[in-house]
Design a protein around this ligand. Structure first.
Ligand code: ADP
Ligand code: MG
Length: 256
């Protein structure tokens, strides 16, 4: 009999998180009060995200995927339940810990360099330049540091988004339908990029999408949400090979 057994039998909360767990969501409920009625969106969500994994959350439009992501990032307050990252209860957003990636979030009046440097705050110029250029290289935008968003293609703008999110060195990258606005070729190219970046940085990535194909192509595991009021129906191990071992985006040669 192990020493911890009596404690477990009494139903005591384990002091440490499950080994390898990065985020633990337990019985999370989220209700939006409106003038007419309370909108019950999350109805007891349970989910464990493993350290360093690429997890996709899929579900029909309007089921509460973005709401769940915003709760996990601390942007939205939960009605009840608990969300812990590294054993700590989430109370407010922390750019050092998490970052939400939104496709349309870059500033049109800032250059690529300024957009990526924006989140870094005050630091000596040389240090900032070193970090910004490192992430420009990571997303393959060398030579474009002085360009403005209007001069870039959709896929390039999205690379700027990635670089900006990654430059603050978050532990977890939250991706909310990041490919929605892109054309089909660019979407394929960016999917490859995202997997490559995930591999190179070792971040825990959580992708929300209504596109099951995309989820299966990218993720280690796929969590399936039910219709609203939503729960996690099941979490599936991905049986398919992903494009992880490709160094080059698949359609780059078509563009050059
Ligand atoms: P998804 O990302 O899966 O498409 P959302 O999380 O955006 O879904 O929204 C889930 C449900 O919650 C929708 O029915 C939406 O109308 C509702 N909802 C989201 N935000 C609010 C809010 N601030 N106030 C009221 N209802 C909201
Ligand atoms: Mg959404």
């Amino acid at each position: 009999m192990s020493a911890t057994e009596p404690e477990a039998r009494q139903g005591a909360e384990p002091r440490t998180m499950q080994a390898g767990a990065k985020i633990v969501v337990r019985d999370v409920r989220k209700t939006f009060p409106t003038k007419k009625e309370d909108v019950n969106v999350l109805d007891g969500v349970d989910l464990t995200v493993r350290e360093g994994e690429f997890l996709a959350i899929v579900g029909p439009s309007g089921c509460g995927k973005s709401t769940l992501l915003n709760c996990m990032a601390g942007f939205e307050r939960i009605t009840s339940g608990s969300i812990r990252i590294d054993s700590e209860e989430i109370e407010r957003p922390s750019p050092k810990r998490v970052f939400v990636f939104q496709e349309t979030g870059i500033f049109p009046w800032y250059s690529v360099w300024d957009n990526i440097g924006f989140g870094l705050g005050k630091m000596p110029f040389d240090k900032k330049h070193e970090i910004v250029m490192r992430y420009i290289a990571l997303v393959g935008l060398e030579g474009f540091e002085k360009a403005f968003p209007a001069e870039l293609s959709g896929g390039m703008k999205q690379r700027v988004e990635f670089a900006r999110a990654l430059a603050v060195e978050p532990d977890v990258l939250f991706l909310d339908e990041p490919f929605g606005a892109l054309d089909a070729f660019t979407r394929l190219e960016m999917r490859r990029e995202i997997v490559r970046i995930w591999k190179e940085t070792g971040k825990t990535c959580i992708l929300v999408t209504h596109d099951v194909e995309e989820a299966v192509e990218l993720a280690d595991r796929v969590a399936v949400m039910t219709r609203r009021p939503a729960r996690i129906h099941s979490v599936l191990d991905n049986p398919l090979e992903r494009p992880r071992d490709s160094d080059q985006p698949v359609f780059r040669e078509l563009k050059d």
